[in-house]
Design a protein around this ligand. Structure first.
Ligand code: ADP
Ligand code: MG
Length: 406
């Protein structure tokens, strides 16, 4: 991709440079008043055309900063020389105004600023020379309206500055965009590779776990051995859970048809499922849901998101506390809130949410929130955390409301 870009740029560069060289040669040879008595001035003109053209032509071969400076300096010498050699050609003054524009070709900010500064200083010297020494003898079109010409010059520099600023900031943004695309491509490939590895690990785990389950029930082993088997099975369960959750991120497109989701129904079934889990710690889930909450998403994924967030709230809660889940329609959004009065999180802990494998739980996978953020982003939703250490956490999940009646 990069090569293609440089190739196109190179074509454009040589195209532009050829036109510039052709025009300079035309200026040197066609109707040149000095051509009748070619003296030192004409030779200087010719030498500068040669130097400027060659430095422009060899630039793509070296692309060095020094060469860029040489180009700007030769260009300045060339344009100021023709200004002095042909005083009757008033349009030469236009070129003096546009010398800094040459550095736009190279997108070199430092060079551009330097060129802008040097050119302004040169014009000040030139105007002073015309006003004090020449006194309008050769350059009456400048001396007669020195202020007007100065303002026009400043205007032209402002325009060039504006063009440079806009195009370079656009270029920067484009560079950043390409970097991001490259980065996400790399992540995708690594993710696919990791998913393949995870899948391959799951099979041997199942076999080992199966044997351990058999040994656990085998009475020829003593109690200590059996306790060890049970521990091993537990650890394998955790490993399996990590792999399953990981695979569900790596294959996000599986079974993900968009449908009209009735938030109330989904919350009800998620609550029924998790109430059994909450009962282990005597935590109750209190549900308050409006009727008209519908979103466009995949039901399985939406359930997965809610299960992860409500499960986290239960796990953070103290024994006996309830977790309150509300859902309401707010303008074009459906807002779901999950509130607990549990352990809460510090600012740093909240910043780490969604980072793969970030977990403060001894048996946590640290993948739950990453899955939630992925699902929310997929359906243009957001998840916002509001938490205070020791006080509890409020999670606000927002999704665009789906239009009914189609
Ligand atoms: P896991 O639950 O497997 O640890 P998650 O990605 O679901 O992984 O959560 C990451 C971490 O974020 C948890 O370990 C926990 O420390 C913190 N966390 C998430 N939700 C809450 C909450 N409601 N209250 C306090 N901490 C939370
Ligand atoms: Mg979790």
């Amino acid at each position: 991709m990069k090569d293609e870009n440089t190739q196109i740029n190179l074509k454009l560069y040589y195209g532009t440079v050829s036109v510039v060289i052709a025009l300079m040669l035309l200026g040197l040879l066609a109707g040149n008043p000095l051509l009748h008595h070619p003296g030192l001035g004409y030779i200087t003109h010719g030498v500068l055309v040669f130097l400027f053209s060659s430095s422009l032509l060899i630039y793509p071969l070296y692309k060095s900063h020094t060469l860029r400076i040489i180009i700007i300096v030769t260009a300045s010498c060339y344009f100021y020389t023709i200004f002095f050699l042909y005083p009757d050609t008033w349009s030469n003054f236009i070129f003096l105004c546009f010398i800094p524009a040459i550095s736009i070709l190279y997108f070199d900010t430092k060079l551009f600023h330097l060129s802008l500064l040097l050119n302004t200083l040169s014009i000040i010297s030139l105007f002073s020379y015309i006003a004090i020494v020449d006194r309008g003898n050769h350059y009456s079109y400048i001396s007669e309206d020195l202020i007007g010409n100065s303002i026009n010059f400043l205007g032209s520099q402002a325009i060039i500055y504006f063009i440079f600023y806009l195009s370079s900031s656009r270029l920067e943004k484009q560079k950043l965009y390409y970097e991001q695309i490259k980065h996400s491509e790399r992540l995708k490939t690594t993710g696919q590779l990791a998913a393949a590895v995870a899948h391959e690990i799951r099979n041997p785990l199942t076999v080992v776990k199966g044997f351990l389950q058999v040994y656990e029930k085998d009475n020829s082993y003593n109690e200590t051995n059996k306790r060890h088997f049970s521990l091993m099975i537990n650890e394998l369960d955790t490993a399996e859970q990590v792999i399953s959750q990981f695979l569900s991120i790596a294959k996000p497109d599986k079974d993900t048809e968009m449908e009209l989701v009735n938030v109330k129904n989904v919350l009800q079934s998620v609550t029924d499922l998790l109430n059994t889990y909450g009962l282990l710690h005597h935590n109750e889930i209190v549900l308050k849901v409006d009727e008209d909450c519908f979103i466009a998403a995949n039901t399985i994924e939406f359930k997965q998101l809610l299960i992860n967030i409500i499960k986290n709230a239960i796990e953070a809660s103290n024994v006996g506390d309830s977790v309150v889940v509300t859902a309401e329609r707010k303008m074009h959004l459906v807002e779901i809130k999950v509130s607990d009065c549990g352990q809460g999180m510090s600012k740093e802990e909240m910043d780490s949410l969604g980072t793969p494998f970030y977990s403060l739980k001894s048996k946590g996978t640290g993948l739950g929130m990453m899955i939630c953020f992925n699902i929310a982003a997929k359906y243009k939703g957001t998840i916002h955390f509001d938490s205070e250490k020791g006080r509890g956490t409020n999670v606000t999940i927002r999704f665009p409301a789906a239009k009914l009646g189609r």
